[in-house]
Each structure stands twice: as C-alpha cells, then as structure tokens.
Design a protein around this ligand. Sequence first.
Ligand code: SAH
Length: 398
Amino acid sequence: MTDTLILRCSTGGRPVLVMGAVPDAEYWLGALTLRTTLFRGWDAAATVPGVAPMERPRDASSLDEAVAGSVLVIILDEQAPELASVIRAARAANVPIWVPGRPEAGTAEPVLPEKRRPARQTADHPEQTVSATRAAGGTATGFVSLVGAGPGAPDLLTLRGLRTLQRADVVIHDRLVAASLLAHVPPDAERIFVGKRRSNHAVPQEQINQLLLDRAREGKHVVRLKGGDPFIFGRGGEEIEHLMEAGVPFQVVPGVTAASGCAAYAGIPLTHRDHAQSCVFATGHRREGELDLDFDGLVRDGRTLVFYMGLHSLQDLCHGLIKHGMRADMPAALVQQGTTVAQRVVTAPLSALPETVAQSGIRAPTLLIIGEVVGLRDRLAWFEGTREPMAWAENPDR
Ligand code: SAH
C-alpha cells in the first residue's frame, strides 16, 4: 500500500487538499507554481505558499469535513485507501477534483486545456480512477488498457495484466487468449470476442477501434486483451493511435510474446554466447498472396530467426532462406501451441522441415525457429505437452 500523505496548502485563505505519496506530493506542489493550468475562479499558478502536512483524518467525517472545506482536491495517489471517500465527499460538497496530467479523470474545469492529447500515465494503476469515480457515483472519461495475455499458458500473464483484468468493465479479446484468463474478469463485465480465424474474418480492425472508443466514452474501463505482446505482430500500435487521436487515455501492459514463451518451453535459448548474437522476429504472413520478406537481409551467421504466422508459408520460407544462402541443414523447429499442455515441437534440418511437418499433423498456432540454437534442444528440452491440441478461447456465444 502506498504511503499516503494528505497535505493542505493555502492559497490566500482558501485551502487546497492534496492527496499523495510524499515525494509525489512535494514534486507536484513544486510544479504547481510553475504550471500554467488555470481553473475557473481560482488561479493555481499564482500562489502556493505554505504547505503543511495535515493530520491524517482519523475518521470518515473529519475527512469529509476537510474535503468540504477545500477549494480544490488534487489527487496524486490513485491508490490511496481514502480515494473513493474523498471523491464522494468532494462531489457532495461540489469541490472540484484535479488529477494532474489527467484532467479528464477529475471534475475541475481547466480554463486552458492541459494538453490536447491524452496525458502520459504516471500513476501505478491509472485505470483505478475510472473505477473509483464510478464507485462514487460519478462519471469519468473511460480508460483503455491494452493488455498482452502472454503466449498461451494462462499463468504467464503478468501481475499487472491480472490486476488490470480484475478491474475491467469490458473485455475485448482475441482468439489467441487462453479461455481461462476470462475467469479473472468481474462476472458482470461485458465480454466481446473479436478474434479472427484465418478463413473467417471476424470483426474488422476499424470496428474494433470504434468499439474501444465507444465503450471508453461510456466512462468504462475497457481491457483490450491480446495474445502474447500487443506490440509484436499485434496491431497494438494502430489501436492506440486511434485512442490518442480521440483523446482517450490508455495504458499498454506488455506480455510474454510467443517467441520467448515458445523458445523457453521448447528448450531453445534464442540467443547464446556461442551460437547466436542476434535474433530477428519476422512474419510469414502473406500480403495479397505474396511473402513480403527481405530474405537477403535475414540470412546472417550467428542469428536466430523466429517466424510468426509461418505455418502456411513454411515451404516457401524454408526454400527462400536456402536460396539466399542459409545452410540446408540448419537446425529448425516448429512449435505448436507453445507453453500449453498441448505443446508439440517438431525439429528437422531446414530443407527437410516442410516434409516432416506435413507428416506430423501439427496444428496452429505454430512458431518457427531457425538457427544453431535449435540444436541445443536435444540437451535442454525440459517441458512436454501432455494433451491433444486445444481450442483457444472459443467464443462462448458461438
Ligand atoms: N502478439 C502475439 C503474436 C500475434 S500473431 C505475440 O506477441 O505472441 C499470431 C501468431 O503468433 C501465430 O500465428 C503464431 O505464429 C504465434 N503464436 C502465438 N501464440 C503461440 C503459441 N502459443 N505457440 C505457437 N505460436 C504462437
């Protein structure tokens, strides 16, 4: 729990209540005098003279009183245990709330907008303000969390990802998300499946972008849950670009990408002092039927290549690499449903891999790893799947 300090500073007889951890509060109070944000009827830039720590109110009514007697409440610590009651009291007494850097989260109306674009997030769990404001009966601009769900095993989600899911009002999820992760979402949260199956284009990207905006504008905390890491072949960049243009605040929670997950669970270190000094992530996905790859640029000694979405282009990928100078007997592996109980790994020399895979009955999703490091698997393999290929987060409504 953050060490919360409630400070009161006087501006010409009108006290301002500041809630925050000590260093933050000092920083912001210092910064206040320099900032140019003006509030209607109150000039924040002009005066912040004496600042005195207040006795932390012992009971709810003295806290309410302190809030009601203030001209403005500044919330720096969005994890403070008193947050919800402070918001409630401020609303009851009509005292404006200001969350520095996130004017949309409060009620104080700046004369000059702080910034047109959503402010950079600094608080530990910025989405909490949305929930706390709503818990206090108010409305806030919503908030979007773009969360990486990890590579498959549900417990490879980050701790931050889990906490974010637990605070979701809406979850918009993909196909490559372990179904059991949705169990962490509050039962009354809305769940929307927008996954794409290869042959069946589910929800087009523009519609997903719009959905994120619409739900956030309802004042909700929207979690966009995506397989692996949102910024690695995940179109996460496109999604936040839309949010940014629309001025909707967001955070990005990284995830364990398929390359790290699959390689670790297959016993293939992606880099190794003796075998690979670099590693490249590439896509085997075709655009308008064509592989859009610079094979010449990819083939280098001492480099591991990882291909996402490579199963359907496997033959062309292997041939292309050999044609551009890669050894035909370079060790290569295809990992099916890595990190899950259905993990399977097929290895072969590069030239023989397509044939070996064709005979193996391997199923998507798969990740292709090529390089000397694949040879280490013979000694380093430590994990084996135990079950049939699994269905991934099937749409419960389908
Ligand atoms: N953003 C994701 C990648 C999305 S692209 C990430 O960071 O991992 C989807 C591709 O990722 C799949 O076609 C497959 O190549 C790969 N992939 C994702 N999860 C996988 C898994 N558990 N096992 C094998 N490949 C996986």
